[in-house]
Design a protein around this ligand. Structure first.
Ligand SMILES: Nc1ncnc2c1ncn2[C@@H]1O[C@H](COP(=O)(O)OP(=O)(O)OP(=O)(O)O)[C@@H](O)[C@H]1O
Ligand SMILES: [Mg+2]
Length: 235
């Protein structure tokens, strides 16, 4: 009889930051964007981050999504310390487990809407037909099914934002980080994005969201506030 394998272990805490500091060297001098941030996010949580402009929200998402290393401190992702992982391993980890909706969208301007969304699969093994099916479903979910061949550079700001969201949704990650994902959207489109996030969260995806949208904040089980690079509230 074939032995039944146990399900893969899933860490109860998907993200753990300890004493995370991030400094940038800029022409005007060093900037401390994050200072000694401690944060634990449980698997399946929906956490919202607010804070004034320049308080470090985008930097926190980029560091938490392993796009940029912290200057000091430690980050564990899904039970694994990330400090010594090579850039290749980090890229693989991001591709398999993390989806990030960038504040500035980060689309490929000369590629079509569909190609931009298919980019989500670039660093992970996939079946081309299945990837296309998922990309089309994600674009339909954000109402862009009629813009598939449109070059990204010719889209409106709100449409670009929805492509960025569809790219993250096309392959549901373990952690979805979204940086002001409704910043350029009207109420109806923002409502659609909110339903997508809630649906994903119900299916077990952990959400880390930077937003000032009151309705989206209401979806979050926990809200954090960043001030001058420090986490001020954890309620
Ligand atoms: N690559 C960089 N080089 C130099 N300084 C940077 C860099 N990235 C961010 N900063 C600085 O770090 C601080 C935090 O920036 P960050 O983008 O994280 O703020 P934010 O809270 O997301 O702001 P906003 O609400 O305006 O998007 C700011 O003072 C910013 O100027
Ligand atoms: Mg920002």
């Amino acid at each position: 009889m074939r032995q039944k394998l146990p399900p893969p272990l899933m860490s109860a805490c998907i993200l753990r930051l300890r004493g995370v500091t991030k400094r940038f060297l800029a022409p005007g001098g060093a900037v401390t964007a994050l200072e000694g941030v401690d944060l634990e996010v449980a698997t399946g949580e929906f956490v919202a981050i607010t804070g004034p402009s320049g308080s470090g929200k985008t930097t926190l998402l980029h560091v938490a999504c392993l796009l940029e290393p912290p200057t000091a401190g430690e980050i564990e992702f899904d039970g694994e310390s990330t400090a010594r992982l090579s850039e290749r391993r980090l890229a693989a980890l991001r591709g398999r487990k993390i989806g990030l909706v960038f504040q500035k969208f980060c689309l490929l301007p000369h590629r079509s809407v569909l190609e931009n969304v298919l980019f989500r699969f670039r660093y992970i093994p996939h079946d081309a037909q299945e990837a296309r099916r998922q990309a089309l479903a994600a674009l339909a979910a954000v109402g862009l099914q009629d813009r598939l061949d449109h070059p990204a550079r010719l889209l409106s700001g709100g449409e670009m934002q929805r492509v960025a969201i569809a790219r993250a949704l096309a392959r549901p990650p373990r952690l979805l980080a979204a940086d002001e994902p409704t910043g350029n959207l009207d109420r109806a489109a923002a409502g659609g994005v909110m339903s997508c996030l809630q649906q994903l969260n119900r299916s077990g995806v952990t959400i880390l969201l930077v937003t000032h949208n009151a309705a989206l904040l209401d979806c979050a089980a926990r809200r954090l506030t960043l001030r001058d690079g420090r986490l001020a509230t954890d309620s």
